[in-house]
Design a binder for this molecule. Structure first.
Ligand code: ATP
Length: 355
């Protein structure tokens, strides 16, 4: 199912939670909605689910209008599955019963699935790795297993669209990594379009085909994970997604001279967005700086904080231009004077390397 949002706004009283959103989601696409708390992610998901009506604009599914001001096709008629942060399992039902429920009770379940209920339950439980646990009750399951049941229940009736609202945020860090792979695998096997709400940039970058970054009820930037990470178009995206340091200086014919250098430091920036060139900034990701002993040509700074992270160190470096976050495999101590150089790997080269 493809989805189109045209000029969609949503107000609660005088507060506008969504402002003139235009967004198209292709059939089978995995789209992450990424943004800080309060930017309107859940409101967008609730509009797609049919729990809220838009204040202006329209929502279409396969080019058929499902919502506009004063009209909203109810959730049970939309062929959607939903997974929430809290697993919301029913305490009196075992795993198999959770998966059976939507097959029997969703109005839109295709007869091809209803007629082969047992096979469908077995297929879905296998997809999420719970074949051995069909008889278990929720209190007999771990957090990760509960979330798998919630996913199994959501995909059981073969929805055309799967809505996921921060589905991994109540799991511990290790389990979250496992579940990312599980969700990617479910997406590959079902081919269902997924709209995945998160405030975790790592999750969005790792899983989605496309990321929609939101701020204050608007879309700030949308694109592939590589686009968003390597070619941020605004200060907000550069900071929120790539954790970039915004170095101030002067642009001249595509060459940047940092303010806190003696004028001999010059950086080329073929992929830096026009916005940054216009306001005299260069967004530098923490992994894009090379940290060198003082005396090496570069911007001068002092190490003010060090955190050992295993493969690398995370540093806070105080420069004339402010405090920057930098990661490096080289070891320095707090108080060391250092020089910073830009690693000029172009975005396209980095993309090729990460593929
Ligand atoms: P979080 O990551 O914290 O869940 P979010 O990006 O999902 O945040 P929403 O839940 O969509 O944000 O809320 C967007 C804004 O709309 C917030 O300021 C919220 O307070 C407001 N809001 C949401 N629902 C309502 C409501 N029913 N009545 C009034 N205001 C609401």
């Amino acid at each position: 199912m493809s989805i189109q949002l045209r000029e969609v706004s949503k107000s609660f009283g005088s507060f506008q939670a969504l402002k003139s959103l235009n967004l198209t989601i292709a059939k089978g696409e995995f789209v992450a909605i990424l943004g800080p708390s309060g930017c309107g992610k859940t409101t967008l998901l609730r509009l797609l689910a049919g729990f809220e009506q838009p204040t202006t604009g329209e929502i279409c599914m396969n080019e058929t209008q499902v919502a506009k001001p004063g009209f909203s096709l109810p959730p049970e008629k939309r062929r959607i599955g939903m997974v929430f942060q809290a697993f919301a399992l029913w305490p009196h039902m075992n795993v198999t019963e959770h998966v059976r429920f939507p097959i029997r009770h969703h109005q839109e379940t295709p007869p091809s699935i209803r007629d082969r209920e047992q096979d469908r339950i077995a297929d879905v439980l296998q997809m999420v790795g719970l074949s051995e646990h069909g008889g278990r009750m929720p209190h007999e399951l771990s957090g990760g297993q509960k979330q798998r049941v919630a996913i199994a229940r959501a995909i059981a009736a073969e929805p055309s669209l799967l809505l996921m609202d921060e589905p991994l945020s109540s799991l511990d860090a290790m389990l979250r990594m496992d579940m990312r792979r599980e969700i990617q695998s479910v997406h590959r096997q079902t081919g269902t379009a997924i709209v995945y709400v998160t405030h975790d940039q790592g999750e969005a970058l790792a899983m989605a085909d496309r990321i929609v970054v939101m701020k204050d009820g608007r879309i700030e930037q949308e694109g592939t994970p590589q686009d968003i990470y390597l070619r941020p178009q605004t200060e907000f995206v550069a900071k929120f997604v790539a954790k970039a340091n915004l170095v101030r200086g002067r642009w001249n014919n595509g060459i940047f001279v940092p303010m806190s250098s003696d004028g001999t430091v010059q950086w080329a920036g073929p992929e830096v967005a026009p916005y940054f060139q216009a306001c005299g900034m260069y967004p530098v990701r923490p992994d894009q700086f090379e940290l060198c002993p003082s005396g090496t040509a570069g911007i001068r700074g002092e190490v003010t904080n060090v955190q050992f992270q295993g493969r690398e160190y995370h540093y806070h470096i105080q420069s004339e231009d402010g405090t920057w976050e930098i990661c490096s495999p080289l070891s320095f101590r707090r108080g060391d004077n250092v020089s910073l150089r830009l690693l000029q790997t172009s975005g396209s080269r980095q993309e090729a390397l990460t593929r």
